[in-house]
Unconditional design. Structure first.
Length: 367
């Protein structure tokens, strides 16, 4: 035993748990039982409220970066000629498109995905709000910069199309990458892809200048078709990724009153084998050796993993069909979970409360 382990062991021996205030504990227990007896599901938060929650809890560095890019872009449009700043935006647009992805994927990089997946507003909804928020923010930055630049130049449409086509196409490529790469190296791969796409844009620009006969691809009607195609690829990529998140559910669980012939298989390994179980109101404990399938079963019960076969029901309904209604009844603390380093303890609790569907006014009433 090392010196540090001995010190920790001694501290644990000397630790005295705080005394429980019996009256206060009984009062809290009665309130909790009363709330459970109501069986009330809070009304669904409005779309703008859910977007605002994600905006409020996005990393401050994302907003600082977007602000810096906005100021730098405006300065560039005022100090350089139109051809220069359009070329600059065209070449670097893949890099701008990549900036929002760390903010979208921070649930996985910080180990909070399993906890968020068990909430009323689960990962699919969280990621959907983040994608919408970061995408709109980056698009607004581009439009403002190009709009200010065009105040002294004239037509804005061609400039917008020239910058947005590579921006949207790059975003579609990034969605493909994050769907197929689930390792910790995903950020390095995204950065490498952004650099390669920037180089590709530069090479295409040079190629068009060297071959005037193909300059027709830069005409407004051709750019409009390319824009629609890139927009379609981006929307399809985002939709497929959100569906992938919902199906993957790699760090979660499903809950119900009955489990019917449920299996969960990882490749050739069968973690849960044709389980049948019925539970009534009460307290249950789950015991078993390492690798017996306890965590997998808990994740199945909490609608984080989908069973390979069979189904799990709550009050006679399939929990996967119940979706948000079922998850609003859950309280789940995973075995291993992370946190967002930029959050205080209070901010993290408020964030989780928001994902559970509790708004600020409700929190204040409870306090």
């Amino acid at each position: 035993m090392t010196r540090k382990e001995k010190k920790l062991y001694e501290q644990m021996r000397q630790y005295q748990p705080p005394e429980v205030e019996t009256e206060k504990y009984c009062e809290m227990q009665k309130k909790a039982q009363a709330e459970i007896a109501k069986g009330k599901i809070l009304p669904r938060l409005h779309l703008f409220e859910r977007i605002w929650i994600q905006a409020e809890y996005l990393s401050i560095w994302f907003w600082i970066t977007e602000g810096i890019l906005l100021v730098a872009g405006i300065v560039l449009t005022q100090t350089a000629d139109k051809e220069s700043y359009i070329t600059f935006g065209y070449v670097l647009s893949p890099l701008l498109a990549m900036i929002g992805f760390p903010a979208v994927l921070k649930s996985f990089s910080n180990g909070v995905g399993e906890l968020e997946q068990s909430c009323r507003y689960n990962l699919r909804e969280i990621f959907g709000m983040r994608i919408l928020l970061t995408g709109v923010t980056e698009a607004v930055v581009l439009v403002i910069v190009l709009g200010i630049g065009e105040l002294k130049e004239g037509s804005m449409m061609e400039s917008v199309l020239k910058v947005f086509v590579p921006f949207l196409f790059s975003t579609a490529v990034y969605f493909w990458i994050i769907r197929h790469v689930s390792t910790k190296a995903v950020y390095s791969i995204l950065a490498g892809a952004a650099v390669m796409l920037c180089i590709g844009c530069m090479q295409l620009k040079t190629f068009c200048e060297m071959h005037p006969e193909i300059l027709w691809i830069q005409k407004e009607n051709v750019l409009s078709l390319a824009f629609l195609g890139a927009l379609f690829l981006t929307v399809a990529g985002a939709r497929q990724y959100l569906q992938f998140i919902g199906k993957k559910k790699k760090d979660g669980m499903n809950y119900g009153a009955s489990i019917r012939q449920s299996d969960k298989q990882y490749g050739t390994k069968l973690a849960v084998d044709r389980m049948n179980l019925s539970m009534k109101a009460g307290v249950y404990g789950l015991l078993g050796a390492n690798g017996a399938g306890k965590t997998t079963l808990m994740r199945l019960l909490c609608d984080i993993l989908n069973p390979t076969s069979g189904e799990i029901r709550y009050d006679g309904q399939n929990i996967h069909v119940m979706g948000e209604e079922y998850r609003s009844l859950l309280g789940y603390l995973p075995q291993n979970f992370g946190y967002y380093p930029e959050f205080t303890a209070e901010k993290f609790m408020l964030y989780m409360a928001a994902l559970k569907g509790l708004n600020r006014s409700f929190d204040k009433k409870q306090n």
